[in-house]
Every structure is written in C-alpha cells, then in structure tokens.
Design a protein around this ligand. Structure first.
Ligand code: OOG
Ligand code: MG
Length: 257
C-alpha cells in the first residue's frame, strides 16, 4: 500500500465506523498529497457502492475561517449516502461529533470543464436551494491543519437540501437564520459567502480546472457555510431559513435522534 493509500484507509475507516483518529504528525504530506489522499478515500467509498453527487467548498466565509483557524479555500466530494431528506430525521449514530452549518446549494445544468467568470456562472446553474451541511471531522476534538482537513474530504458527512428554485435574484444578500428548537443559534447573511454565493461557482470551476477535473451537469455544489457551525445533539429540531419576501430561498429542516 502506498503512503497515500494508507492515510486514505485510516480516514475512510474512521468515517465508515464513526470513530475518531489522532491528528497525523505535522509534515507527513503536502497539500497536493492531501488532495490525493482525499481522492483515494472517495475511491474506497465508490468501491463500496457509493457514488459522487457533487462537491462542496469550505472556508468561503470569515466566520468559518475564524472558527476553525484555517484560511484557504478548500473543496471535497459529496456522495449519495451523505444526503438526508428535508423534514426527515437524521440518526446521529453514524457520526463522531457532528456539527451543522447553514449553506446555499446549487445544482448545475451544464458540465463545468473550464474556469468560469461570475457572469458565466449563472448559465451553468439549474437551480438553487437553502441547505444545511453536517460536518464531522474524523480528527480527535475536530482539530486539524489545512492539509489534514483536505485529506479528510473537508469533514464532509451529511447534507439536507430544501426546495429548489430557479430564481437567483435573492441570492446576494439574503438573511440566514439557523434555529435549534425555535431558538436562533446562528444568524448571518449570504453576502458572507465570498461576498456573493455565485462566486463559489467561479471558485469551484477554478479548483476543478486546477485538479484537471470536470463536473457533470446535474451535480450539486455546496457554496460553503455563511456562519460558524453548531454542535448537534439527539432530539433537536433544526431549521434554517434563507431570505424573506420576494426572492427568498425558503427553509430547510430536520430533526435529530
Ligand atoms: C471543514 C469544512 C468547512 C465550510 O462550509 O466552510 C466547510 C470544517 O469546518 O470542518 O464545510
Ligand atoms: Mg460546509
């Protein structure tokens, strides 16, 4: 087994069996190798029958960079088994120390195979939806470096996507409100996501191009959280609303057990 494959095996086993692992000693791999580890860990999921449904960006907002102490844009893969139903119940047993964060989710209508400008980005999109991401670092105490978190598929663990809309007019500066049992836990604005959530598509197209990859039509792109993440516990009703009035994205919710 190569060094890349053995790191991938450790992280994939941790995710698969919901147990944490010690952060790797510093300097074991660089950023390019971290993405290679990420790729190898996704291949292990694919070998178990999962399939890729899209990608996620991380650290597109100040709030997230500050919370986690990492300030580079990162990206990882989403697979079908990560998806939970809007309005459904999420069993937290499959996670280690899950956190939830409010997100904007896009679905593409054209293959993205070249770097896009902000003007072009909207032409590549089919629809947008309010969403929440469940992140679950495989590292003990959710502590990691940039390289560690990239190798760990950027803490990807779950996502819940609300109703799709083709109206992108409300996107740039919509209020974001995430509640636990009707109580506000995070409040922010979509403007926190790179100044405009559509910039996440521009960044995604550049990152994919750098990696020599294209993303097929019908893929999801999670733009990155607008606020810090909140720890999940069983028995919660979690709701996120994005925007209000005309052009609002609407709301998405789930319960935990
Ligand atoms: C890494 C994932 C970051 C986001 O939306 O910024 C992320 C983490 O915080 O564990 O998903
Ligand atoms: Mg996220």
């Amino acid at each position: 087994m190569t060094k890349i494959d053995s790191f991938a095996a450790v992280l994939d086993d941790a995710a698969h069996h919901a147990h944490d692992v010690q952060q790797f000693p510093a300097g074991q791999f660089d950023l390019d190798q971290a993405y290679a580890i990420q790729r190898a860990s996704i291949e292990r999921r694919v070998a178990r029958g999962e399939h890729r449904i899209g990608i996620k960006l991380g650290f597109t907002s100040r709030a997230k960079m500050v919370q986690m102490g990492v300030d580079n844009l990162i990206w990882g893969w989403l697979t079908n088994t990560m998806m939970d139903e809007d309005g459904g119940v999420v069993d937290l047993k499959r996670f280690i120390h899950p956190r939830v964060e409010p997100e904007v989710c896009f679905v593409t209508r054209r293959t993205i195979d070249a770097p896009l400008t902000a003007l072009e980005a909207v032409d590549y999109l089919e629809a947008v939806a309010p969403a929440m991401e469940i992140i679950d670092s495989r590292y003990r105490n959710f502590k990691f470096t940039l390289e560690d978190v990239v190798a760990d598929n950027c803490s990807s663990a779950g996502l819940v996507v609300g109703p799709w809309s083709r109206d992108f007019s409300g996107l740039p500066n919509a209020g974001v409100r995430m509640q636990f049992d009707g109580r506000d836990v995070q409040v922010g604005s979509t403007a926190a996501i790179l100044g405009h959530p559509l910039r996440s598509i521009v960044q995604a197209s550049r990152l994919l191009h750098q990696a020599g990859l294209s993303l097929p039509a019908g893929s999801l792109i999670m733009a990155g959280a607008a606020t810090a993440a909140e720890a999940l516990t069983p028995g919660l009703h979690v709701q996120c609303r994005i925007g209000s009035g005309a052009g609002a994205l609407g709301q998405v919710a789930f319960s935990t057990r």
